[in-house]
Design a protein around this ligand. Sequence first.
Ligand code: 0PR
Length: 384
Amino acid sequence: MQEKGRSEEEVRSLLREARRKDLSYASGRILSSMCTSPLEVASRAFCEFLETNLGDPGLFPGTRELEERAVRAIASLLGCVEAKGFIVSGGTEANITALFAAREAAKRSRPEVVVPETAHFSFEKAARMLGLRLVKARVGEDNTVIVEDVERRITRSTVAIVGIAGNTEYGAVDNIPALSEIAQEHGLYLHVDAAFGGFVLPFLKELGFPAREFDFSLGGVCSITVDPHKMGLAPVPSGCILFRDPGYLELLQVESPYLTQPRQCTLLGTRSGASAAAVFAALTFLGKEGYRRVVKRCMETTLYLRDGLRSLGMHVHEPWMNLLVFDHPRRREIAQELRSRGWAISRTRRGEIRLVIMPHVKREHAEKFLSDVEEVAEKLKKSR
Ligand code: 0PR
């Protein structure tokens, strides 16, 4: 660290310089991210609550109330108003919290958890931290977990099974109703990772798209991860973990006698009240109607891209939500060319090209993307 501080102007100029190197969602060129520009009202809320700390909620009872209201709103969206939980830092923390609770509840000497092989890498982190053996169940052609394979892998050591409502690579939604039945039959904990799908699926259904059940309306679902900093349009960091039975929270409790609350259940100690305020602001500003509109627009753009890419000869997987995966024999060169033209795209583990159509991806960006794909495909044809 340098000895003397610099002027605010100098500091700000250094910050601007760094920021210029970043990509921006507003450019419409980020097609690889599950995050997006947060709503203005949520960003403002975030800034206004910067100093608040929900690790010591007695000092910030107003902010704590906003967290409770945000949690209640998400719980009611996901089929159980009574579900309890927290606004956390994101999907990773939420998934770790859920598996922590499941492990504490089951008390097995060599605990195992069965996850779809498509599970996000946060489960790998959770398993390593919690001393859980991660047992991977196979997925079928549609990229959803094969339910019979999950059941086959259950042993006396299993403490939880996991289903994904919107998996990271394909947006595919596991057969959560079947997993719920299995969980109930075996008396097992079922966690649903709806980090991405939680703010999409409830609205898809209302918009008339086919959408599988995934939430607390299914009796076997014990906890759900959902990320406001993905399709909830809240700033990073904001995730949410919900438990149907508040008893699970008690299992996570440690004593914090010198704080304004004598017990704490979250993984983090000092934690952002700004996230809670921002999530509350986003939910309250948009309401269900607002989210439905956002999802509708994303789906229109997704289907527009699907049709456009198909007409250009790409093999496009039928989208489950606003996430599109396509393939072509020369996919590696196509991806490379598109990247060199400034598109941020990602690839699945199998090598297909993956696009996440977040709200910052507008129709005009989709049009430009398709015209670039067309040019790239033409160019490749000639270079054959
Ligand atoms: N569960 C699922 C289904 C996810 O897709 C993700 C993240 C997580 C859990 C973990 O959430 P956090 O990253 O909030 O802890 N999915 C994205 C991914 O890994 C995250 C992401 C977001 C990646 C923005 C890139 C990016 O630019 O692909």
